[in-house]
Design a protein around this ligand. Structure first.
Ligand code: ATP
Ligand code: MG
Length: 196
């Protein structure tokens, strides 16, 4: 089957992530999308949620979608996870499936810097979605990389986890910027200092 991989730190997961995953699923007929939260090194944690809390947020967000799943590999493993290592493992464990890695425009422009990018593009396609503030310009990429980046249209939402963390820290609301289930979880768990 065709499987999308939606990687990210999801600190917190917001509607931009959900819209990107759904847009890619619809555009390329992906049967499933697996959300893959990455490990965050402890020294980067200030004001952020723990790995367990980020996993909870992702689980609660995807629960209502029949095609969405969560892969806890990178959080469970800890340490730095390079996408290439995760993709090698995915293909070893699911040799029948075809993987598509979903990324926003801000990540697309850095693809040439990704570890073992030449091996990565032999193993899968990327699906790039637009993100306000960053041009999605495949012409700026080396040709052999650009050829492996498919584009999907999505409703542009100018939202980032960084902005949501600072809103929360300033006592401002993040309601409706994250899925309702995530908002409920954030309130219940008290992460980002948000209280019921
Ligand atoms: P942070 O501000 O902490 O970096 P973020 O909002 O960029 O958080 P990430 O977890 O870093 O979220 O992103 C995961 C993936 O989702 C990346 O590929 C990123 O480009 C994409 N993404 C995040 N926000 C949006 C958005 N508003 N529109 C499109 N893609 C997005
Ligand atoms: Mg980011």
């Amino acid at each position: 089957m065709k499987v999308g991989i939606m990687g990210g730190t999801f600190d917190p997961l917001h509607i931009g992530h959900m819209l990107a995953a759904e847009a890619a699923r619809e555009a390329y007929g992906l049967e499933q999308v697996w959300f893959l939260p990455s490990h965050i090194p402890p020294h980067k944690h200030e004001a952020g949620a723990t790995g367990a809390q980020r996993l909870e947020m992702v689980h609660s967000a995807v629960a209502g979608h029949p095609a969405f799943r969560v892969l806890d590999w990178e959080v469970a493993r800890g340490g730095v996870s390079y996408t290439i290592e995760t993709v090698r493992r995915l293909q070893a464990e699911y040799p029948q499936d075809e993987f598509y890695f979903i990324i926003g425009a801000d990540m697309v422009q850095y693809l040439p810097k990704w570890r073992d990018i030449d091996e990565l593009i032999r193993r899968l396609y990327f699906i790039g979605v637009g993100r306000p503030g960053t041009p999605l310009d495949l012409a700026a990429l080396p040709r052999h990389i650009a050829q492996k980046v498919l584009l999907a249209d999505m409703l542009q939402v100018d939202i980032s986890s960084t902005v949501l963390r600072s809103r929360a820290a300033a006592g401002k609301s993040i309601r409706y910027m994250v899925p309702d289930a995530v908002f409920d979880y954030v309130q219940r768990s008290g992460c980002y200092g948000i209280q019921p």
